[in-house]
Design a binder for this molecule. Sequence first.
Ligand code: UTP
Length: 302
Amino acid sequence: MSPKIQKVRKAVFPVGGLGTRFLPATKALPKEMFPIIDKPLIQFVVEEALAAGLEELIFVTGRGKDSIENHFDIAFELERTLQDRGKLHVLEEVRACSLEPGCATYMRQQEPRGLGHAVWCARHLVRDEPFAVLLADDLILGGRAPAISELLDLYYQEGSHVVSVMEVPKEQVSRYGILEIEERRGLVCSAQSITEKPQPEETSSRTAVIGRYILSPKIFPFLGRQILGSNGEIQLTDALAATLQEGTPLRGVYSSGRRFDCGLREGMVQATLFCALQEPTLEPSVQEILREWEQEMQEKTA
Ligand code: UTP
């Protein structure tokens, strides 16, 4: 690491969105608390951040999101009951969710004005340090290293803004922030520009940003301009585009993991199936029921 490049210690988790694509489930339950079998989405990204050596966790929450805070707290009565009943294995798992005292901060976005706004809300906690951003609804599993570590490795070489990217089908570019690539070397690319949710005919690129970022605090003044972008929201992509224009390079790292878009129903189903098939206690019964259902379908259509 160059002596000029500051260590990344802080991770921001924007969890203030409304999760409208999952209504009515998200009326009373935060999307980030949806479980993949028995682990909430937010726990996956918190574990990813901790495994990558990030130390200070900043959650940007909103109304109705208290269960996220409770999930990472000590659950005294529950733990005592599990202890009394001798359920020590479960107790261990419950205790493992509690975060080390003093390493997590929760603050409210107040109004869901977009991802860029949520990140901007963390500015007084991040202060003048580089920081990571992890979106719980982008679940990245099975990579060579935790997805955010792959970004950190490049950040420590270059000190630039770094985002996680993947290739998407042309018809899906309008769902993502899209990088126009200047140069690609192996799993790393340099962005010439970045645009939020372009129409397929507006770009020839299919390189989409997925929910992992290493950012410099230089991004905050751009976010602070509160310019409304796509969907009438304050977009992180627009601030990245502005910092790129003003000379902060933007690199993309093709994730070695498998990414599930858990902001979509099909992504949640796929992630659940993937995890079930990885889990030795579930795999046989899931395979069996899939076979049975497939046979039933074939019989129906025969
Ligand atoms: P999404 O756009 O996928 O989440 O934002 P959403 O707005 O909650 O979902 P839909 O579109 O209504 O279904 C990605 C992440 O950014 C957070 C969300 O909580 C999610 O984790 N986010 C989004 C905020 O924290 N604040 C916002 O204003 C918007």
